[in-house]
Design a protein around this ligand. Structure first.
Ligand code: NI
Length: 383
């Protein structure tokens, strides 16, 4: 594989994506750019029903009959002010590709260009999913709603990983990215003079008690062999040193690997809110919002990917699961697939203003995605 698709070509695409980041659901210029590159290579963009507002699904129909597999990249950036010194840094103030989605897109575009050259030998079709809005999770759902993945037999995607050596492939079966939920808690008390607490219902003390009590939500309710976390990330209350406030507001997140842990922890936290409200004579409103479920990598397909990558000269290792969220999980509810990681060796992590993906292995990422699609189709064609 190689031909006219070069590392330099993909670098140009990557740098353009990096310098033109767009927030979730607003990836308009990004979509235009991808569409142009695909059309230039004669790759068809499909019209979904309903169509996507941003992002796109494209298709290469192989010369030989067969099944359909999908490759996915997410395309949105984050509300982060870039602090790198690269010449192709973000031109959109307050917006940055700090999660490596520029790398994902450039690699997927490369895979499409590589596969377009092999069209006659392909045994089936490949659908290329350039998915909008992964960071504000739900983009995967809008892609599924288009119906364009209804006939897909397998789906693959990857995330650029800063803590892996450039070009290293990390795979693991089962749950590798966590199910995530966020929650907001409002405590309604009764404010007054700080010197007369007996006339108040102090929401701040109740909020503090809740944060402390909730530290047992995971430790006393989760199987010690399971993985889950509950973090409070924001607490707001009060206006001055001598006033008991009326209200307190708390935010946080619950995450877990596999099914159920996240829901169970949210239920326990809700019970605790009820108990604290009673004990402190305040009212507490608890609102959980469940985002994406856990990713769930198919064991057989993981073995397939591992062998394929190793056989083609990639260094492969077992991925250490994380409680970061990834809405690729929605695809895996319907389609067997693998979400793996690809090393980009950055000293600063994902979502950091100094995150900087190493791009020396960008072409290798594209080549791997193309190999996966080609080999999966060949395997599926054998029955
Ligand atoms: Ni990401």
């Amino acid at each position: 594989m190689g031909g006219s698709v070069s590392q330099q070509r993909l670098l140009d695409e990557f740098e353009w994506f990096h310098s033109h980041p767009e927030l979730s659901c607003a990836e308009f210029d990004t979509t235009v750019r991808i569409k142009a590159a695909l059309s230039q290579a004669g790759i068809a963009v499909l019209a979904g029903n309903p169509p996507l507002k941003t992002g796109l699904v494209a298709e290469i129909q192989g010369g030989l009959p067969g099944k359909t597999v999908a490759l996915r990249a997410d395309i949105d950036a984050l509300p982060v002010n870039e602090e790198t010194a690269v010449p192709y840094r973000s031109r959109n103030a307050g917006c940055m590709h700090a999660c490596g989605h520029d790398f994902h897109m450039a690699a997927l575009l490369g895979a499409a260009l590589l596969l377009a050259e092999k069209r006659p030998e392909l045994r089936g079709s490949v659908r290329f999913v350039f998915q909008p809005s992964e960071e504000v999770p739900g983009g995967a759902l809008s892609v599924l709603q288009t119906g364009l993945l209804d006939t897909v037999s397998e789906i693959y995607g990857f995330h650029a990983m800063p803590n892996l050596k450039s070009g290293v492939v990390a795979v693991k079966d089962g749950a590798t990215f966590g199910s995530t939920a966020r929650f907001a808690i409002s405590v309604q008390g009764k404010g007054g003079h700080a010197a007369m607490p007996e006339l108040c219902k102090d929401p701040l003390v109740a909020a503090a008690a809740l944060v402390c009590a909730a530290q047992t939500v995971i430790s006393r309710n989760t199987n010690p062999f399971d993985t889950a976390v509950l973090s409070f990330t924001r607490i707001e209350s009060g206006s001055a040193w001598n006033i008991v406030p009326d209200t307190a507001f708390i935010e946080g997140t619950i995450r877990g690997l596999g099914e159920g842990n996240c829901k169970r922890a949210a239920e326990q936290l809700e019970r605790m809110c009820g108990g604290i409200a009673l004990a402190y004579n305040v009212s507490i409103d608890f609102k959980p919002e469940f985002d994406s479920p856990s990713t769930n990598n198919d064991k057989t397909l993981c073995d397939f990917l591992w062998k394929l990558a190793e056989g083609n000269g990639y260094e492969v290792e077992e991925f250490t699961p994380t409680l970061g969220g990834e809405d690729f999980a929605y695809y895996q509810k319907r389609i067997p697939g693998v979400f793996f990681c690809f090393g980009v060796d950055s000293p600063f992590g994902l979502h950091h203003p100094k995150f900087q993906a190493k791009t020396d292995m960008l072409f290798q990422a594209a080549r791997l995605m193309a190999l996966i699609a080609e080999s999966a189709l060949a395997r599926l064609a054998q029955g």
